[in-house]
Design a protein around this ligand. Structure first.
Ligand SMILES: Cc1cc2nc3c(=O)[nH]c(=O)nc-3n(C[C@H](O)[C@H](O)[C@H](O)COP(=O)(O)O)c2cc1C
Length: 333
């Protein structure tokens, strides 16, 4: 059976992100893959309300762990579940991903967490719970991804947070990112079509995804195929946070923690093998986090005088400021 590649563009219709994802998908089709293309803005997806019904359901084994809201996220979810690989492109808005991208990540969030789901499926099967009452088993399928970030500014720094944030789509589901591309200077709608090197790079994105899908070993499947090694040896990104001790640092994207030094004028991160396994991209790190939530989350009713403590805040309610009649704001009269 042919492999399925899902492309998702978070950009404007027929603009840079659309074109870049479509080009990479065309390359996958040349290699015999079946593809689907989704424009995120065509979907109506509500924000996560924070009700945590998904987490409670999946952790207690009393539900499938899905969102109580049914909207177009279900279409996206079905496509992700069918896919063997995903190619995502997201514009940069205010140095980071778009609001829609974040909304979708929040909806993927805990409900699709690979460790939550794997444990729920295994425990449910052991209890003889029918498959249709458990999380979708297709979530356990290995998947790879290529991430593309796009920015209009001519300066790379103006797209600095986009790529790191894009991992929020892949890491909860345990999708292995094998390639990333950052394209800045996309001033015009379809500027990428006048940039042959970038279009060639999109051909390479498609080829890299195909290579990961055709791999015969796990090592080859998840092999990093990006242009640069980056700073983090686990996720290959470059967003490193210096710890409060100013002697150690961690990767903002994957959580690996270690020391750093400058060797021949270049930053080098050193993580122990153990610390690398604690990355949220790896099973031990994922399990540590889900166990932490399962065992340490405070159940309701732990604070005895809660009603009394809450009372002043419940009584505190203030309306928005009245429009200033002397200023030239944007309130429509
Ligand atoms: C609200 C908004 C904020 C933006 N902020 C940035 C930014 O911080 N950095 C940047 O490089 N480009 C910024 N841009 C430009 C877009 O990233 C750029 O137009 C990109 O090409 C959009 O992708 P698309 O062509 O696929 O729609 C912004 C655009 C909008 C609409």
């Amino acid at each position: 059976m042919s492999k399925k590649v899902l492309g998702i563009s978070f950009g404007r219709k027929m603009s840079n992100c659309d074109i870049m994802v479509k080009h990479a998908l065309m390359e996958c089709e040349k290699a015999g893959c079946e593809t689907a293309f989704i424009r995120a803005d065509d979907l109506k997806i509500n924000n996560c309300t924070g009700c945590i019904a998904c987490v409670i359901g999946i952790m207690s084994g009393r539900g499938r762990g899905y969102c109580v809201q049914h909207d177009d996220f279900d279409i996206l979810d079905e496509c992700i579940m069918q896919s063997d690989a995903v190619i995502l492109a997201c514009p940069t808005y205010e140095t980071s991903v778009t609001g829609r991208f974040k909304t979708i990540c929040d909806r993927i969030g805990p409900s699709h967490d690979f460790s939550f789901r794997k444990v729920a499926i295994e425990e449910g099967e052991a209890k003889g719970i029918p498959e249709e009452q458990l999380p979708d088993k297709r979530c356990l399928k290995p998947r790879t991804a290529a991430l593309i970030s796009v920015g209009g500014a001519m300066t790379e720094n103006w797209i600095a947070l986009t790529m790191p944030m894009m991992y929020e789509f892949t890491f909860p589901m345990g999708i292995d990112v094998i390639d990333t591309v950052e394209y800045w200077g996309a001033m015009a709608h379809e500027s990428v079509l006048g940039y042959p090197e970038m279009m060639d790079r999109m051909t390479k994105v498609g080829q890299n995804i195909v290579a990961s899908l055709e791999a015969t070993t796990e090592e080859e499947r998840i092999k990093w195929r990006g242009d640069e090694e980056g700073c983090c040896p686990v996720c290959h990104t470059r967003l490193i946070q210096i710890a409060h001790d100013k002697k150690t640092a961690d990767c903002v994207v994957c959580g690996s923690h270690g020391t750093f030094e400058i060797v021949d004028g270049r930053l080098e991160m050193h993580y122990t093998k153990e610390e690398m396994e604690r990355s949220r991209l790896r099973w031990a790190g994922k399990l540590e986090h889900s166990t932490e939530i399962k065992t340490q989350a405070q159940p309701a009713g732990t604070i005895t005088n809660l009603k009394e403590l809450k009372a002043p805040y419940a009584a505190f309610d203030r309306p928005p400021f009245e429009p200033d009649p002397n200023a030239h704001g944007n309130i429509q009269k």
